[in-house]
Design a protein around this ligand. Structure first.
Ligand SMILES: [Fe+2]
Ligand SMILES: [Fe+2]
Length: 364
């Protein structure tokens, strides 16, 4: 008999933890998994529309290569009422799949409160309720009372909130691209801080940085993506606020041309507005214009991607390919092109930060 696991939730957005749970449960029971995103999310203001959540689940399933085992249902999404009870969803799928054995996957935190669910006893008779987390909940009375079944498996601690806030991006590339393309979650904050052209540039820097980081097998390449997204967030701050931030937090750099101040205010906003703490991401933002004598791979990538991203429109394909095939050679090539530009345009580029970068990394 075919087995189907109903996996409801906010999926706002879907992340690796959801996929791991679905994978574990599916393998243990030899069952298909049906993701059923809720129509309304608890986090109303910062939530994505349910049609986007469905699209992201589809992309995640594709990225995870599970098109034959996982599927998404718009059953709850297309209900007229905003409130929906699990018992109704279960009855719907019992009817839709009369010859299948139906399981209901619930979250760990729902085990202890299950008795409060509408028609909980009937629910547990209609389907087998399954959950993760043997350690924490094995002694819950509800496990016995509702004949729940535990699914074994280590599920890493990922969460959607961290993705919505740009603290981590623990989901598949298809989902990340969708978030960026459709201005969801953290993209709203970034968008609100800049004009359209700069927003397009920031997205382009982020995606190119991520690609370069991946093709060079850089550790945790999503750091490059995050730094790229945020790098120019300080550029359109009112001058008086910029001056205040510079005076208070970056007074040692006040001697530089004010055109580069936005790299410092960008770092400031990354910390204050986005709560970013990763030193590598912060450093990449902080020196994306001048470069400096302390640059890790992420900093070099974001620095270069900022100069050569395709929407700059100066035929940078060669430099992009060079960066993708070798970070070392690509960095030298971008620097050579930069220096040429500065010399031709009589720009004085030898401030102490840029000089320190050239002394340490250029053609070394
Ligand atoms: Fe910039
Ligand atoms: Fe930029």
């Amino acid at each position: 008999m075919e087995r189907i696991i109903l996996f409801g939730g906010a999926f706002d957005p879907i992340h690796f933890g959801h996929l791991q749970m679905a994978e574990c449960a599916s393998k243990q029971l030899g069952a298909k998994v049906l993701f059923i995103p809720a129509k309304i999310s608890v986090w109303k203001n910062e939530s994505a529309p349910v049609k986007d959540k469905i699209e992201m689940i589809k992309l995640a399933i594709k990225d995870f290569n599970r098109e034959n085992v996982f599927d998404v249902s718009d059953y709850e999404a297309s209900l007229e009422n905003d409130t929906n009870y699990t018992i109704d969803t279960v009855k719907h799928f019992k009817k839709a799949y009369p010859n299948s054995e139906i399981y209901l996957l619930i979250g760990q935190d729902q085990v202890n409160s299950f008795h409060d669910w509408k028609d909980a006893d009937e629910l547990a008779k209609l389907v087998k309720v399954i959950y993760f987390g043997r350690e924490t909940y094995s002694r819950s009375e509800n496990v016995k009372r509702f004949n729940m079944m535990v699914i074994d498996g280590e599920i890493n601690n990922y969460n959607s909130t961290d993705i919505r806030n740009l603290h981590s991006l623990d989901t598949t590339d298809g989902v990340i691209n969708y978030i960026i393309d459709n201005d969801l979650y953290f993209m709203q904050e970034i968008k609100s801080r800049m004009h359209k052209d700069r927003y397009i540039h920031s997205k382009s820097v982020a995606l190119l940085s991520y690609e370069i980081a991946k093709s060079n097998s850089v550790d945790n390449p999503k750091r490059a993506l995050i730094a790229g997204l945020v790098h120019d967030c300080g550029k359109e701050l009112p001058k008086e606020i910029e001056a205040e931030i510079m005076k208070t937090h970056y007074s040692e750099y006040l001697y530089l041309d004010s055109i580069v101040y936005h790299q410092f205010t960008g770092e400031y906003l990354a910390k204050k507005v986005f709560g970013i703490e990763d030193p590598s991401i912060l450093n990449a933002i902080k020196y994306h214009t001048t470069a400096c004598g302390e640059m890790d791979d992420i900093a070099k990538i974001v620095y270069c991607a900022d100069k050569i991203e395709p929407t700059r429109g100066f035929g940078s394909e060669k430099l992009i390919n060079s960066m993708k095939s070798s970070l070392k050679k690509g960095f030298d090539d971008v620097m050579t092109s930069n220096i040429e530009y500065y010399v031709n345009h009589k720009v004085d580029y030898l401030n102490p930060l840029t000089k320190a970068c050239l002394d340490r990394y250029y053609k070394k």
